[in-house]
Design a protein around this ligand. Structure first.
Ligand code: NAP
Length: 377
C-alpha cells in the first residue's frame, strides 16, 4: 500500500528553507522536450521560482536544431524566451543541469532514464517504464509523499550515487486517485468501476489519426485499462475495473466512476469529504500545489472538459454529479487535465517536493570546478 504520512518535521524544514524561495535555482533539463508533455514542461518551467530550464533533449530528428526550430508548438502561450534558442541535444548523459524531467516516448524512456540516474541525475519521469518497479516511487504528493523513502533503497539496489528515478502515475489514474484518497480516508473503499472518456492529447502528437477520431469514439486505448487496474495507491486490496475510451476532446480526461464504500455514507458526507480534502503545510508551500486539490461542482451538467479543465491551474480534479449508485454505493463524474495533473504539472510538483526534501543537489559544472583550467585572456 502506498500511503501518505504527515511530515511535520519536513514541513517545518521546507517553510524555513523556502520562505523566500531557494537561494540558487536548480537547473532542469527536459528529455523529450519537443513532445506534447515536454512542451508543457517547458512552458511550466518559464519563470518557475525554484527551477531554471537549461537543457532540452529529444530524438535525432530534433537534435542539433534550436528548440524553436525543432518543436511543433501546440500551446497558446508563445515558446518561452529562455527555451527558444536552446540547442536540442540527444540523450547523452552530459547535460548541463542538476536534474532531468523525462517526457520521452516509452520506446526509449526505460533505458535512457536508467542511464541518466546512473550518471548521477535525479530523473523525474512521466513515462510508464519504471512505474511498477518496487524501488521506484510512484508518487502523487497529496497521496503518498512518504513513498520518497524508497529512494535510498533504489540507489543501494542499483548502485546509483546521487541519481534516482521517481515517476508519476498514468494520466487517468492521477485524477481518479486524487478523488479516491479522501473517500478512502473517510469511509474506506471496496470496489471501483470506472469508464474513462480520454482526450486526444493523451496520445501524444500526432496521436490518433483525425479520420479515426473526428465525430467518433474509439473504445480501446492500448495498455490503459491494465495500467489503471495495476497502479494502486489508496488500497492494495481494492477491486477496480476500468473501461477506457478515446473521445474527440483536445485536453481533459472525464471519468464516470461508481464506488463501493466500506462504511455507509450519505451523499452530503461524500461531498463534504471531497470538499474538505486539504493538503498539509509542507505541500501547500510548493509552488505548483493547490491547497484543495479536489473541486466539487453542484451544477448537474458539470464538469465539462472545455469549461473546467483548467481548474486550479490544471492541477485540481473536478468532481460533479455525486449521486446514489444502485449497484455500488455512490457514483460521480470527475475531470482532470491529462497534460497538467496527469503529466507535466504532476512531474513538476514531484520535483518541487524532491527539492523541498533535500533530494536535489546542485551539480558542479565544468566551468565551476576548482580543477577547471583558468581561461587565458
Ligand atoms: P510525444 O508527443 O510523442 O513526444 C515524445 C517525445 O519523445 C518527443 O520529444 C520525441 O522527440 C521524443 N523521442 C521519441 N523517440 C525518441 C528517441 N528515439 N530518442 C530520443 N527522444 C525520442 O509523446 P507525449 O504525449 O509527450 O508523451 C511523452 C511521454 O509521457 C510518454 O512516455 C507518454 O506515455 C507519457 N505520458 C503522456 C501523457 C499525455 O497525456 N500525453 C500523460 C502521461 C504520460 P522528437 O520530437 O525529436 O521525435
Amino acid at each position: 500500500m502506498r500511503s501518505n504520512q504527515p511530515a511535520q518535521a519536513s514541513a517545518a524544514r521546507v517553510e524555513s528553507a523556502f520562505a523566500k524561495g531557494p537561494q540558487k535555482k536548480w537547473r532542469a533539463g527536459v528529455l523529450g522536450a519537443t513532445g506534447i508533455v515536454g512542451q508543457r514542461l517547458v512552458n511550466l518551467l518559464a519563470d518557475h521560482p525554484w527551477f531554471a530550464l537549461t537543457e532540452v533533449a529529444a530524438s535525432e530528428r530534433s537534435s542539433g536544431r534550436t528548440y524553436a526550430e525543432a518543436v511543433q508548438w501546440h500551446l497558446e502561450a508563445p515558446i518561452p524566451d529562455a527555451a527558444r534558442d536552446l540547442a536540442v541535444k540527444g540523450l547523452e548523459t552530459d547535460l548541463d543541469c542538476d536534474f532531468v524531467f523525462s517526457a520521452l516516448d516509452s520506446s526509449v524512456a526505460g533505458s535512457a532514464e536508467e542511464d541518466f540516474a546512473r550518471a548521477g541525475y535525479p530523473v523525474v519521469s512521466n513515462t510508464r517504464n519504471h512505474r511498477m518497479d518496487p524501488d521506484v516511487p510512484l508518487l502523487i504528493p497529496e497521496v503518498n509523499a512518504a513513498h520518497l523513502d524508497a529512494i535510498p533503497l533504489q540507489q543501494k539496489n542499483r548502485g546509483y550515487d546521487t541519481g534516482f528515478i521517481v515517476t508519476n502515475p498514468n494520466c487517468s489514474t492521477a485524477g481518479l486517485v486524487l478523488v479516491l484518497k479522501p473517500l478512502a480516508d473517510a469511509f474506506g473503499l471496496e470496489k471501483i468501476f470506472v469508464v474513462t472518456l480520454q482526450a486526444i492529447s493523451g496520445a501524444g502528437y500526432p496521436g490518433v489519426a483525425s479520420m479515426d477520431i473526428q465525430g467518433n469514439v474509439v473504445p480501446f486505448i492500448s495498455g490503459e485499462e491494465e495500467k489503471m487496474e495495476a497502479e494502486r495507491f489508496v488500497d492494495a486490496g481494492l477491486g477496480l475495473s476500468a473501461h477506457c475510451n478515446r473521445v474527440p476532446v483536445v485536453d481533459g480526461h472525464l471519468e464516470c466512476v461508481s464506488v463501493g464504500l466500506k462504511k455507509i455514507a450519505s451523499l452530503d458526507e461524500v461531498r463534504e469529504a471531497l470538499r474538505n480534502f486539504e493538503v498539509d503545510s509542507e505541500l501547500a508551500s510548493l509552488p505548483s500545489a493547490v491547497r484543495h486539490p479536489v473541486v466539487v461542482l453542484d451544477e448537474e451538467d458539470r464538469p465539462q472538459p472545455r469549461r473546467d479543465v483548467n481548474a486550479g491551474n490544471g492541477m485540481a480534479a473536478v468532481v460533479g454529479r455525486v449521486r446514489e449508485c444502485p449497484l455500488l454505493d455512490v457514483k460521480l463524474t470527475l475531470l482532470s487535465h491529462n497534460l497538467v495533473r496527469g503529466a507535466a504539472g504532476a512531474a513538476l510538483l514531484n520535483a518541487e517536493l524532491l527539492a523541498a526534501r533535500g533530494f536535489l543537489k546542485h551539480r558542479v559544472t565544468p566551468s565551476e570546478s576548482p580543477l577547471a583550467e583558468p581561461v587565458s585572456r
